[in-house]
Design a protein. Structure first.
Length: 135
């Protein structure tokens, strides 16, 4: 599968396919919770090789780049939103995240799924994917 098809499969219309997003409506500093799903832990692994079975989560405020704000990456042994997610807030769509939160989410998503030649820029609408030199 070529890189363009892979990107379209993992990010249809520029939106990450394997995430769940929650908003607790400003109840805590980490208002938004992003839960990464999918089989990203097995990329490039062969049968019998060690697999990290932890699940990546990001907690962030609505302005995660501000020095007095919040953005933290966490790993859990189990999905924190299964079987219930009420403690995380209500489910929202990717488009409902602030642009800076979208930017962080996309960049981490690409790193998990090993996108080697794509850089995300969140200041365009609709979402804009810019090709850049391979890393």
């Amino acid at each position: 599968m070529n890189q363009t098809n892979r990107i379209q499969r993992l990010m249809p219309d520029g939106i990450p396919r394997y995430i769940r997003i929650y908003d607790n409506q400003d109840e805590t500093l980490d208002r938004y919770t992003i839960v990464f799903t999918g089989n990203y832990n097995n990329i490039g692994k062969k049968r019998g090789e060690y697999r990290n079975n932890s699940h990546l989560v990001i907690g962030m405020s609505d302005n995660p780049y501000h020095p007095l704000s919040f953005c933290q990456h966490m790993e859990y042994p189990n999905m924190i939103d299964r079987p219930t997610y009420g403690h995380l807030g209500k489910k929202i769509k990717f488009q409902d995240l602030p642009k800076d939160c979208q930017n962080i989410t996309i960049n981490d998503y690409k790193a998990l799924w090993v996108f080697k030649s794509v850089r995300y820029v969140a200041n365009h609408s609709p979402l804009w994917i810019k090709t850049c030199p391979k890393i």
